[in-house]
Design a protein around this ligand. Sequence first.
Ligand code: FDA
Length: 285
Amino acid sequence: MAAKGLQLGARRFVAGETLDDFVEIVRELNRGGFLVASAILGEQVASEGETHRTTAEYKQLLSRIASEGLKANVALKLTHLGLGISESLASENLAEIVAHAARLTTSIRVDMEDSARVDATLRIYRAMRKARHDNVGAVLQAYLYRTPADLEALGDCKPNLRLVKGAYLEPPSVAYAKKPDVDAAFKRLIEHALLAGGYTAIATHDEDAIRHASSFIRAKVIPNDRFEFQMLYGVRPALQKHVRDQGYTVRIAAPFGREWYPYFMRRLAERPANVAFVLRSFLKG
Ligand code: FDA
């Protein structure tokens, strides 16, 4: 079923089903001048044993990245490490992965999931930083009203933050519902994070937001080693090259694995034109 599905269109957004497929794709992206944020697909897990298997898979992924000399780090979801079971389980699994990454001199980013997970995710992130795990980053979502306060509260630890608009369906009580409001909040968030003194990963395919960030960076003379742009594997490849050709660091978030379905459905939901693309591949295939 999964392999058939990849033929039907998920292949555009998913960097293979196995670690070997994935390594090939990362090599290709590195040759093209892109860094990679790798992820093993999967979200909620049902048992503690499953979270330990996921933790072991992430450590194996990090070791393979190091042994192949790939320019890639790792981004992961805390629900994949057991946040739905208990906060301490997710935190212990994360600490194990982060320590392994530190030994290999690479870094881990914790994705941000739905609004019900934000408090726990930021608590775990702060605890990691307090324990001197400095090779870990977090994500803030511009659509949440709370985000400017979260950014300010994190300011003291000079965080490494990926900024996104936000991908989950949230109620208007917690998040902006209208796209222009989200877009404006995203630009404000980019400016505040860039001035806050940590490291900022601007993750978007929105040309207007990228232009805004780029002129702000020039105006404030923010050095290139304080920020990067990030985009998703398979989304707007011409824009990815364009931003790279402007001399900016561009990291491509490339997930792989057999559990591609929820990830793929989120990418379709973001852009209805992708559904037409998938239907076309289905008819051709
Ligand atoms: P916007 O939605 O305005 O899109 C701008 C343009 O990009 C569109 O007009 C379209 O042309 C193109 N585009 C966007 N999405 C597309 C797609 N799927 N297919 C084809 N074209 C598309 N969210 C979250 O809640 N937590 C997280 O941890 C992350 N992590 C993350 C990492 C990275 C590297 C990226 C790029 C994004 C995320 N996101 C995320 C997702 C993010 O919140 C958001 O949903 C998407 O990036 C889409 O928003 P844009 O900023 O691209 O703008």
